[in-house]
Design a protein around this ligand. Structure first.
Ligand code: AMP
Ligand code: MG
Length: 496
């Protein structure tokens, strides 16, 4: 059994002033609820060690393994449009960076490990339901090919924490390419500390985009790069029906990974205005508003970089940054179209370029899906069957089939014009259209059972399906279906 973590803590070493060294709070009776064995192996960690008493103490932040330099990060952020100059890890702890078996640098971070100097009024804790929620959804997103932080472990602490009544305390261990956020830049920019912003930007470039070091204006290039990776990310969210729910600038990464699974949810029926979060009453972070909000967040990022882009000419800096920001909708649209064309089988074969009429075909589909409240995930998965003439399954999803039938004929003509064998198109569609997504009612049931009864079976059952979302498993039809009629609309909560 080896304890070693292959630590190499650049954040602690190079970014003094960007964090406070910190430790996890003592907990009465830590117990490992779930360990992601495959991920642990990918990280080069010893699975037996992580399951030992000492390993579990590492996963709650009470034991610092050799080489760890645990710390709480500072950051700021715009939350629902209002600026909070002082946020930071109020209940999280970076235990260090490790180099995984593929040579990639990954942050190991605990969430729910106790109060820090940035806790403000909070208790620094997390409870089992939301910890397992982040576990399930992060792993589902990964299996769906969406860049994301990962879940390595969930540990219960033996405490009872006040939330909706008393709930079991828990700590999540998450793994990320880094925890650099737009909010990290904002923290120092808001204090007028350009030198610190520069240190941070140089660090971000070195860590994530070293190729930019050679560019003429590397800070402008950093902006362009983050616009690119985030546009790609949000297009992927939209393609799988994901609503993040709290796209504050402190929850927007520089790496382009999804972070902070709080009030997020997946849509069942297609609804561009879908909102699940209890506090998003204005729909700021609604499903189809996510690209617009991303541009708003990236504008806040650009503002932090202006002094670096053109130190002596703010007009020029604004002009250059604005030009990049204005490209974002075009970039996003290209990514979104790429995702949608793949889902519809329009990107297969040698001639996989966008054809005249593709965009109209896609837009008209969404109009029909919206009007008929069609289940988003079921629709795309059923459509592949229609390539071979089995149209009944997809037609059965519509209560008013006339409009859809017209669309279907146009789509079939388009598919036939591509001169690719239909079974090959169907196969490719099935590779990008999942059967299983984290359906809200299934997630809520699994978490309730775990949290209230200590029954982890529904969580495990759901996780198995979400880990292989494209492969059909017999007898699990209800996991591929919308909630039964009469199920109340899902409402999600922040800060849990
Ligand atoms: P989030 O909505 O999870 O992105 O969190 C926003 C901010 O609130 C972050 O600075 C968190 O560290 C902090 N926070 C959330 N929950 C707690 C808690 N229970 N105790 C202390 N800080 C918290
Ligand atoms: Mg956050």
């Amino acid at each position: 059994m080896k304890a070693p973590f292959n630590f190499d803590n650049t954040y602690a070493r190079e970014l003094e002033g960007f964090y406070v060294p910190w430790k996890g709070a003592e907990v009465p009776a830590p117990e490992l609820t779930k360990l992601n064995i495959k991920l642990a192996e990918e990280l080069g960690l010893d699975v037996d060690y992580l399951q030992s008493a000492e390993g579990v103490a590492v996963l709650t932040g009470t034991h610092a393994p050799e080489g760890s330099e645990s710390l709480a990060m500072v950051y700021a952020g715009h939350q629902f449009g209002g600026f909070s100059p002082q946020l930071g890890d109020g209940r999280a702890l970076l235990i260090g960076e490790i180099i995984d078996t593929a040579g990639q640098r990954r942050d190991l971070q605990l969430k729910g490990s106790g109060r820090t100097p940035f806790s403000r009024g909070g208790d620094g804790k997390a409870v089992l339901g939301p910890v397992l929620r982040e576990y399930l959804i992060a792993e589902a997103m990964h299996a769906l090919g969406v860049p994301t932080t990962r879940a390595l472990a969930a540990v219960t602490t033996g405490e009872k924490i006040h939330r909706n009544g008393l709930e079991p305390g828990a700590v999540l261990t998450r793994v990320a390419a880094s925890h650099l956020r737009i909010g990290t830049f904002q923290f120092f920019a808001a204090r007028g500390d350009t030198q610190k912003v520069k240190t941070l930007a140089d660090y971000a470039i070195e860590r994530h985009y070293p190729e930019l070091k050679e560019s003429d204006n590397k800070y402008l290039s950093l902006l362009t790069k983050v616009i690119d990776v985030q546009s790609r990310l949000v297009a992927k969210w939209v393609s799988v029906g994901f609503v993040h729910g709290v796209m504050n600038t402190d929850n927007t990464t520089i790496s382009g990974e999804t972070i902070d699974y709080g009030p997020c949810a997946f849509i069942d029926h297609y609804d561009p205005n879908a909102v699940f979060s209890s506090i998003d009453s204005q729909g700021r972070y609604a499903y189809m508003n996510q690209a617009a909000i991303l541009q708003w967040n990236l504008t806040r990022f650009a503002e932090t970089l202006l002094q670096l882009i053109e130190p002596d000419n703010s007009d020029k800096a604004i002009e250059l940054a604005t030009k990049e920001l204005e490209k974002m909708p075009v970039m996003y649209q290209a990514y979104w179209l790429g995702e949608m064309r793949a889902k519809l089988g329009l990107a297969t074969g040698q001639d996989s370029t966008l054809q005249d009429g593709d965009e109209e075909l896609i837009n008209s589909l969404f109009e029909i899906l919206k009007n008929d409240h069609v289940d988003y995930t079921q629709f795309f998965r059923s459509l592949s069957k229609a390539t071979q003439g089995d149209v009944e399954q997809v037609q059965s999803l519509f209560t008013v089939p006339e409009n859809f039938n017209t669309w279907l004929r146009s789509w079939q003509e388009r598919i036939e014009s591509s001169q690719v064998a239909v079974d090959s198109i169907a196969k490719q569609m099935d590779l990008v259209n999942p059967i299983y997504i984290p359906r809200n009612h299934k997630v809520e049931f699994a978490l309730k059972e775990a949290s209230e009864k200590g029954n982890l079976k529904p969580f495990e059952e759901l996780l198995v399906l979400l880990n292989q979302p494209y492969s059909e498993v017999g007898g699990k039809e209800d996991f591929a279906s919308p909630p039964p009629e009469g199920t109340p609309q899902c409402v999600t909560y922040c800060g849990t």
